[in-house]
Design a binder for this molecule. Structure first.
Ligand code: UDP
Length: 483
């Protein structure tokens, strides 16, 4: 970005607007804190629904009082109070935000509390990449827009290649085999099979709402003045190069959670930004377990499993002989709770002896605990980075969107664990846990130690993410609106 002098003498004021889900909110709050530490002013805009949950289950409001240059704002998402806002509602959520939230935001940034006559007019908008409407908002007030895609860059790159996959006839799939290699995702030849493409690619009808949303995002991403990514050069250099072909400025500033930690003096994780009630009792339980003996099981904030899958995973865990800490989020089992009575008694008995089930855990702390030896994960991008930084090998059981790509990269490219996608059988679960915890542990740990060190180096003084964050901050200070 060209050198320019700052437009005003006021500190820049950045509006950060995350997709109202746990992962993006976690990630963008970390970016917000990093910007505050560099003396930028930040307004963090939450949907009312997410903000209520944050107020209820986290200490973010009191925590951020230490930054006088930080404010929360709220805005409706347009969905009714009783909408579950679960994964199956994502397209409805985005469409509703386009219809209801966009005009309200437009008013807020033109004549309202963030308008140019307010005492702190906006100098930059950082919005989730799926918020295509942010382009119109930024144009209206002539303020630079940066998109922040909090999914994995390798996943994002496959989203951007969907038009090419359709054009070349690779999408929709012809025939039922999911093992056909994918040829039209540049840089991923020989890596991806059909089953490793984002979950929505498995449709026979490319006119489904999720694909429409992705195609729209693909058109809008290049219209921003930059793209922020939660990754680091040594992990995804080839992908970052591909993304540079669609965006003028790419800022790879991750892993954000360790970047923030390295800038704060305390060794504790900064703050929880939970939208679920955290059960900290698992930390005392972990203290009583031997080093590297526990498998941590969590499928994040949106994924669900059927009761049959629950039982298969449960048997796999028990039969592997490992101890386990399992997050069973309320609502994450898709059959009625009362049917859980049918779980065989031996599973409950084994769990009493060497397992613990909680409804939400302090994940960063859990993964950093010496008792943890493996992570059975749904391969959400935040979870993947948190596991990588903590040096914990993964058993990947992806659910939707970028997770299918992430799990492939974990096994095939980065060699940090195993990809169990598209199966859920107790024998396979047992075998994979034994491999990660015992037989192939050394191999995975060696790769993880190397990658965790590279991640740490990237956010330390002189590292690539450290440098990219400084560049981002400098650019925010100097940036002018560009059509
Ligand atoms: N998380 C947590 N406690 C849990 C499960 C998850 O704090 O019991 C956090 C986790 O640390 C991560 C986020 O929730 O930061 C989940 O994001 P991810 O991208 O992994 O998956 P998503 O929930 O978006 O599918």
């Amino acid at each position: 970005m060209e050198e320019e002098t700052p437009l005003t003498t006021h500190p820049p004021h950045v509006l950060i607007f995350p997709l109202p889900l746990q992962g993006p909110v976690n990630c963008m709050l970390k970016l917000a804190e990093l910007l505050c530490l560099h003396d930028l002013h930040v307004t963090f805009l939450n949907t009312e629904h997410i903000h209520q949950r944050l107020l209820r289950y986290s200490n973010v409001e009191s925590y951020f009082k230490r930054y006088p240059n930080f404010n929360f704002g709220t805005i409706p998402d347009g969905l009714s109070d009783n909408n579950s806002r679960t994964m199956d509602q994502i397209s409805n959520l985005i469409n509703s935000m386009e219809e209801v939230t966009k005009p309200l935001l437009m008013e807020m940034v033109t004549s309202g509390s963030l308008g140019k006559n307010s005492n702190k007019p906006l100098s930059c908008i950082v919005a989730d990449g799926i918020f295509c409407f942010a382009v119109d908002i930024a144009r209206e007030i002539k303020v630079p827009l940066l998109f922040f895609d909090t999914i994995s860059p390798c996943g994002l790159w496959t989203y951007l290649c969907v038009p090419k996959l359709i054009e070349t006839g690779e999408l929709p799939f012809s025939g039922d085999s999911l093992d056909e290699p994918i040829k039209n995702v540049p840089g991923m030849e020989g890596i991806l099979r059909r089953r490793d493409l984002p979950s929505f690619c498995r449709t026979k009808d490319i006119n489904i709402p999720l694909i429409k949303l992705v195609l729209k995002e693909d058109e809008h991403l290049p219209l921003s003045q930059g793209l922020i990514l939660n990754t680091f050069d040594d992990l995804e250099n080839p992908i970052i190069s591909q993304l540079q072909t669609i965006s003028l400025n790419v800022y790879a500033i991750g892993p954000l959670h360790s970047h923030l930690k390295s800038k704060l003096s305390s060794s504790k994780p900064p703050t929880s930004s939970n939208i679920f009630e955290e059960d900290k009792s698992c930390m005392a339980w972990l203290d009583m377990q031997p080093p590297n003996s526990v498998v941590y099981v969590s499928i994040g904030s949106l994924a669900v499993m059927t009761k049959k899958q629950l039982i298969e995973i449960w048997y796999g865990l028990v039969n592997s002989g490992s101890r386990f800490l399992w997050v069973q989020r309320l609502g994450s089992i898709t059959e009625p709770e009362d049917e859980l009575n049918e779980v065989p008694l031996d599973l409950f008995e084994a769990t009493r002896e060497r397992g613990l089930v909680v409804s939400w855990a302090p994940q960063e702390l859990v993964l950093g605990h010496e008792a943890i030896g493996g992570f059975f994960t749904h391969s959400g991008w935040n979870s993947t980075l948190e596991s990588l930084v903590a040096g914990v090998p993964m058993i990947c059981w992806p659910y939707v969107v970028d997770q299918q790509v992430n799990s492939r990269y974990v096994e095939e490219v980065w060699k940090l664990g195993l990809d169990m996608k598209d199966t859920c059988d107790r024998k396979i679960v047992e075998r994979m846990i034994r491999e990660v915890m015992v037989t192939r542990r050394y191999e995975f740990k060696q790769m993880l130690n190397r990658m965790a060190k590279l991640a740490q180096d990237s956010v330390s003084d002189g590292g690539s993410s450290y440098h990219n964050l400084n560049r981002l901050i400098k650019d925010i200070k100097m940036m002018r609106f560009r059509l």
